[in-house]
Ligand binder design. Structure first.
Ligand SMILES: [Zn+2]
Length: 404
């Protein structure tokens, strides 16, 4: 990032931070505002808007990817990520080079950015990009993917984001000591406890990937013996949702999957964690909710179920909104509407063993269907099929989101 504009962004961010802090009475304990979570998040946003957008002259992005042997899972996911603006612009401008957090070369990031450059080059010399170099570097980093068999797109996405994050982590040299000792935050309110956990996370893991994709899940436990409530908070980069069997109306909506995901679940003694008050395992109920909403929410419709002997695939049609998906009801109490718009879909057609991945992505001129090397425009009413597997939503009302 060029010196002058960097300073501007930082000072405007700091000023905005201070205003928000004084208005909301947050952060009493930190004098150094640049260390706060609020500051980091705002910087993430400001860097995208101020620094990156204006410097780019882009082509259409409507370029396919060669299938180099069962690589449709990779092609579909890379297209979805290529349409994730905050990530695309960061890659095209090679912003990670200027950030220089780690001394090690960001090999995978370089190769990934090279693929995106092929897509978005304004001269559009290529009609197809070959992902071989990127894939080779990825497989070196993640040997799990070294076979030639079909791989799961969702798994690939998780591994890819994780590896990219590691390379561009802004805290590369903070020692990881495994799991933290259990901390007791009982004197805090839930939101303060959650904020403390999030801050702890950012102290070790903080990158553009985190700015965009990371959120926080809350799991609340209620002991049925002593009625004690407790919460645990986990960072997530995607929501993996169960698909209900057909409902009475015959149609399953994304909302039904979310309801099932966040529905109270009874845990018997064997499967429940220790109750802090009873000091033993007891029957309890567990509920999941979203404590902190990410900029981009990746929703995985979990179509594959592994039983003892086999994997089966659900082909239930799940309808999902293209705009204004409201996740507010799955967030903290009284958080109001939290709206998201769809911009990419990764589809899976076929069976467990014989399947094919494709993608539908939105750009400034509409939706396109990406099937390996072929790219064709597609209309909105063709987007919803029973093949939808991973949905990418971008937050649309993110400016009004600083909660106490
Ligand atoms: Zn108890």
């Amino acid at each position: 990032m060029p010196g002058a504009s960097g300073v501007n962004v930082e000072s405007s961010c700091e000023a905005l931070c201070r205003t928000l802090v004084s208005q909301n009475g947050l952060q009493r304990e930190t004098a150094d505002i640049s260390q706060s979570v609020l500051y980091t998040s705002l910087m993430g946003l400001l860097l995208v808007t101020d620094d990156e957008k204006e410097q780019l002259t882009l082509g259409s992005g409507r370029v396919g990817l060669r299938n180099i042997g069962n690589t449709c899972f990779l092609n579909a996911i890379v297209q979805c990520l290529s349409h994730t603006r905050g990530l695309r612009d960061y890659c095209l401008l090679k912003s990670y080079r200027h950030e220089k957090f780690s001394k090690e070369e960001a090999k995978l990031m370089e190769a990934f950015s090279q693929v995106l450059l092929g897509f978005w080059d304004v001269n559009e010399g290529d009609t197809v990009v070959n992902p071989r170099q990127f894939y080779n570097i990825f497989r070196e980093a993640v040997p799990y993917f070294s076979g030639y068999s079909q791989q799961d797109a969702q798994e690939f996405l998780r591994f890819l984001l994780d590896k990219l994050h590691t390379e561009i982590n802004r805290r590369p040299y903070v020692r990881r000591t495994g799991k933290d000792p259990e901390q007791k935050y009982t004197r805090f309110r839930i939101s303060e406890e959650a904020a403390a956990m999030w801050k702890k996370h950012l102290e070790r893991d903080d990158s553009r990937i985190v700015d965009l994709f990371s959120g926080q899940l809350r799991s609340s436990l209620h002991c049925s013996v002593c009625s004690h409530y407790s919460n645990t908070f986990d960072v997530f980069c995607d929501l993996s949702l169960p698909i209900p069997k057909k409902s009475f109306s015959g149609e399953v909506m994304l909302r039904d999957c979310l309801d099932l995901f966040s529905q109270e679940e009874k845990l018997d003694k064997e499967n429940s964690p220790m109750c802090e008050r009873c000091n033993r395992r007891t029957e309890c109920t567990k509920r999941l909710s979203i404590q902190r909403f990410p900029q981009v929410i990746v929703i995985h419709l979990n179509r594959f179920t592994t039983s003892r002997w086999s994997i089966s695939k659900s082909t239930v049609y799940v309808s999902f909104p293209l705009t204004n998906l409201d996740l507010g009801p799955y967030g903290p109490v009284d958080c109001g509407p939290v709206l998201y718009d769809l911009y990419a879909i990764c589809n899976h057609a076929g069976t467990v063993n014989m399947g094919h991945y494709t993608a539908c992505c939105l750009d400034e001129n509409g939706w396109c269907y990406y099937n390996d090397s072929s790219v064709t425009p597609v209309s909105e009413n063709q987007l919803q099929t029973n093949q939808a597997y991973v949905l990418f939503y971008q937050r649309s009302n993110s400016t009004a989101t600083i909660r106490k």
